[in-house]
Design a protein around this ligand. Structure first.
Ligand code: SAM
Ligand code: DTB
Ligand code: SF4
Length: 323
């Protein structure tokens, strides 16, 4: 079912208000999970999880100042700047991901925006991965309308571009581009006919109001993103957020549940930070409506749970990977 088709029981809404979402996030936890899980079952098989594998096709050296990011050239994190991967390197990794059971291959580049001379190579990667029968996703930073159209023509299914946090808190995290730049890119992606993967991060020092503000910014877009990654900040030494306090795992569960209720037909991905969650907390996130994960030992520069551990977890929960 598409993220924007409506269902008799839960119509899709784009008019969420701050008081409404703040009180949703504060509901008694089990009420909130029950509501989210009931909503989830109206749109999805609750036993199925979509698996996406990430590849860092251009590591480090990024000119932007995103305070969470180990790949910004402004912070000393030990991540070295590397060249754009070759098409063959991407295809080798995509074949391995497909063999391990992933249905989508996501390629990320540490760019503010793609340069014209690099886009051709990314198009070839997209076409190659698509040719393997996998869904394709890239995240390359800001995109112009023409670049989005070229990627669509190459076979791109999804473009990942996160709003990251609320409009109000955004300026405390990133100063080198503004919220509107992100909204503009999302619009260009939409207009090119590419599916939108857009979410954010919790644990950056935001308030509950900011979490509500992020969810409202996502759910009140003209169309819900088909895929909503909820990242838990991975605190990387050298970044300005390295010494942030940890987030109560139940706050993550609440955020996932609210995303599920507000965007009932979208995939909600339990994204970065999963390696720091125990199996029980991950199971609660699935109960709360998460139905997609990053699958494979590495995210972009940081660790993700081992493939065997994820397989074992799904088996223990009686869940299975989407095919
Ligand atoms: N450079 C492109 C951009 O920023 O649009 C694409 C890659 S960027 C790494 C993609 C997303 O990864 C960011 O928007 C952010 O939400 C997430 N991310 C980066 N570092 C993270 C961290 N340490 N913890 C959690 N999420 C992170
Ligand atoms: C998203 O929302 N999370 C992914 C993906 N989109 C590109 C990235 C997570 C990065 C975590 C930190 C790292 O490994 O560098
Ligand atoms: Fe660069 Fe993206 Fe990291 Fe920001 S999140 S510093 S744009 S790689």
């Amino acid at each position: 079912m598409s993220a924007n088709s409506s269902c008799r029981t839960t119509p899709l809404r784009h008019d969420w208000s701050p008081p409404e979402v703040q009180s949703l996030l504060q509901r008694p936890l089990l009420d909130l999970i029950f509501h989210a899980h009931t909503t989830h079952r109206q749109h999805f098989d609750s036993g199925v999880v979509q698996l996406s594998t990430l590849m860092n096709i251009k590591s480090g050296g990024c000119p932007e100042d995103c305070a969470y990011c180990p790949q910004s050239a402004r912070y000393d994190t030990g991540v070295e700047a590397g060249p754009l991967a070759s098409v063959e390197e991407a295809l080798v990794a995509a074949r391995a991901a497909r063999a391990a059971g992933a249905t989508r291959f996501c390629m990320g580049a540490a760019w503010r925006a793609p340069r014209e001379r690099d886009l051709g190579q990314v198009e070839a990667m997209v076409a190659g991965v698509k040719g393997l029968g996998m869904e394709t996703c890239v995240t390359l930073g800001m995109l112009k309308p023409e670049q989005a159209r070229r990627l669509k023509a190459a076979g791109l299914d999804y473009y990942n571009h996160n709003l990251d946090t609320s409009p109000e808190f955004y300026g405390s995290i990133i100063t080198t581009r503004c919220y509107q730049d992100r909204l503009d890119t999302l619009q260009h992606v939409r207009e090119a006919g590419i599916k939108v993967c857009c979410g954010g991060i919790i644990g950056m020092g935001e308030t509950p109001r900011d979490r509500a503000g992020l969810l409202i910014a996502l759910a009140n877009l003209p169309r819900h993103p088909e895929s909503v990654p909820i990242n838990l900040l991975v605190r990387v030494d050298g970044t300005p957020l390295a010494n942030n306090g940890s987030v109560d795992g139940f706050e993550l569960v609440r955020t996932v549940a609210a995303a599920r209720i507000m965007m009932p037909a979208s995939y909600v991905r339990l994204s970065a930070g999963r390696a720091s969650l125990d199996d029980g907390m991950q199971a609660l996130c699935f109960m709360a409506g998460a139905n997609s994960i990053f699958y494979g030992e590495e995210l972009l520069t940081t660790a993700n749970p081992a493939i065997e551990a994820d397989r074992a977890l799904l088996a223990r929960l009686g869940m299975h990977a989407a095919r």
